[in-house]
Every structure is written in structure tokens, then in C-alpha cells.
Design a binder for this molecule. Structure first.
Ligand SMILES: [Zn+2]
Length: 108
């Protein structure tokens, strides 16, 4: 009995990694490495959880140069400034200008 039809069903699982381009520097990177931004009627909306519906765009979260207003203007137009500020806020883990209010002591 020679019915040796050994079909090697090697199902290769291709893990498809969605690749997106950063709107600022146009670098192509895996989607999960980028921050999603959704353009809404009111302007761009940061969507770190990628849960918002709508047309998503992507920005490098690790390149401060990509958060500059002038680089975002092509993408966000008049909202570029707001977006730049929102990005800076989101990514600055420590508030740069921590205001420590010290009330004046009781001096005689
Ligand atoms: Zn970028």
C-alpha cells in the first residue's frame, strides 16, 4: 500500500501587522507604535485606546518633532495648534511647570 500522499499542510500564520504612516514625518510604522488621532467636526481628537470611530490618522508618540504645530498643520489645519498642545500634554508625564504655591508665612 503505497498511498503516500503526505501533504504537508503547513499553514503559515502570518501575523499581519497593520502599518500606518505618521502624519507629521510620514514614517511608516506598525500601527500599535503610533498614536491614533481622529479628525472630528470640532477638531482632532487624541485616541490612545483606538476606540473612536472615524477616520484615524497616526502620529509618532516618541518623536517630539512630530508634535510641532507646523508639522501638524498639513494634517490638522487650523486645529494644528490645539493638537500640538494636546500631544505635548499627553506625552509629558511630568508637568513641566509645576506651580508650587507657597503662602507667605506669618512674619511678626
Ligand atoms: Zn512622526
Amino acid at each position: 500500500m503505497l498511498s503516500g500522499s503526505a501533504v504537508q499542510g503547513a499553514m503559515k500564520k502570518r501575523e499581519r501587522t497593520p502599518v500606518r504612516s505618521c502624519v507629521a514625518c510620514r514614517t511608516r510604522r506598525p500601527q500599535r507604535e503610533l498614536l491614533r488621532v481622529v479628525l472630528t467636526d470640532k477638531g482632532p481628537l487624541l485616541d490612545p485606546g483606538r476606540k473612536r470611530q472615524g477616520r484615524g490618522s497616526y502620529i509618532c508618540p516618541d518623536k517630539p518633532g512630530c508634535w510641532e504645530e507646523k508639522k501638524l498643520r498639513r494634517f490638522a489645519g487650523a486645529h494644528a495648534k490645539d493638537l500640538a498642545e494636546a500631544l505635548a500634554l499627553l506625552f509629558s508625564k511630568e508637568a513641566p511647570n509645576t506651580k508650587v504655591i507657597v503662602e507667605g508665612g506669618q512674619n511678626g
